[in-house]
Design a protein around this ligand. Structure first.
Ligand code: NCD
Length: 312
């Protein structure tokens, strides 16, 4: 089998095909079902560069690398020479000397593409500004596939901050490989940036609305997002839209029996904690899958033979 991931960067979901997703899903299944530590990354180091807060992405990458027998190093923006004014380009060049693969999270759009030019080692985008978060999409699609047993045919609402939420853009790029219907639900001021989805709009059936309630009995997946407070220039604007959608028990009651709620997390007030025990709530499962989908990606990028190991 051909491993298209070997030694390549992953900066955008736009670079992934449906076959790439299917390969990642198959490898993830194998990693989960074997319950074993593969040694495919033995002796290899993942360099973690996080210039924005992260819990799930950073730790799931680290634990994925350990799961595959590799190790990790990380730079902290507080303790590193970026505090002395060292440029992002130099920082990337240096960490790539000490690592075999890098994951970067950075507040600037375009940061991971820039990093890929600077680095001598493969770069994975761990979140670039409001632009993209590709590895979140791999776990989001994997979760849909596992929990709904399919992706084609699903009716999927993406709810909340569609303007600033980078997971939204990567998710739409990923879903454009499938035959799905998308409901984009947001306050007027947080509508999708149409220029960013211009290319894929023709491939997807998209309906835009401000009201979630009107569509609940139609939806298979409700993908909830956090209002991205840190991206608002004017905090007054944030308070106007804060709490626009709350998926509380009353909403859950109106959902289709087999529908699911996803969220990239962290959640604030958009999903109350008493919804967590509902059969529809799959966001913690989604977070758990993140470790294994990232392990699949790391294994394929680092080790060309992984694709054969796993199919035997
Ligand atoms: C997301 C992000 O960083 O974009 N978090 C994550 O990685 N799971 C979503 C968010 O911060 O709201």
């Amino acid at each position: 089998m051909v491993n298209r991931f070997f030694e390549r960067n992953l900066t955008s979901v736009r670079d992934l095909t449906r076959a790439d997703f299917e390969l990642l899903f198959n490898v993830t299944d194998k990693i989960i079902s074997h319950h074993a530590t593969y040694d495919v990354c033995r002796g290899k180091t993942l360099g973690c560069i996080f210039f924005e807060p992260s819990t799930r992405t950073r730790l799931s990458f680290e634990s994925a690398m350990l799961h595959l027998g590799g190790n990790t190093i990380e730079i902290s923006s507080i303790l590193s020479s970026t505090q002395k004014g060292e440029s992002l380009g130099d920082t990337i060049k240096i960490i790539s000397l000490y690592s075999d693969i890098l994951v970067l999270r950075h507040p600037l759009d375009g940061s991971s593409k820039f990093a890929a030019e600077m680095s001598t080692k493969p770069i994975i985008n761990g979140g670039s500004g409001t632009e993209e978060h590709p590895t979140q999409t791999i776990q989001d699609l994997y979760t849909m596939k596992k929990e709904m047993k399919k992706i084609d045919g699903l009716k999927i609402a993406i709810v909340g901050d569609l303007k600033y939420g980078r997971t939204v853009y990567s998710l739409l790029y990923g879903l454009s490989n499938y035959d799905v219907t998308i409901y984009l639900i947001s306050p007027e001021s947080l509508k999708i940036r149409t220029d960013s989805i211009y290319e894929i709009k023709k491939k997807l059936q998209i309906l835009e609305s401000t009201r979630l309630d009107d569509h609940l009995d139609d939806l298979d997946v409700i993908y909830v997002t956090r209002i991205q407070k840190e991206r608002f220039q004017d905090k007054e604007e944030y308070f106007k839209v804060k709490g626009s959608y709350t998926i509380d028990k009353n909403v859950v009651k109106k959902m289709k029996r087999k529908s699911i709620i996803l969220h990239p997390l962290p959640r604030l007030d958009e999903i109350p904690h008493n919804v967590d025990r509902s059969i529809h709530a799959k966001y913690f499962k989604q977070a758990e899958y993140g470790k294994y989908t990232r392990a699949a990606l790391l294994g394929l990028i680092i080790n060309n033979g992984f694709v054969n190991d796993i199919s035997s």
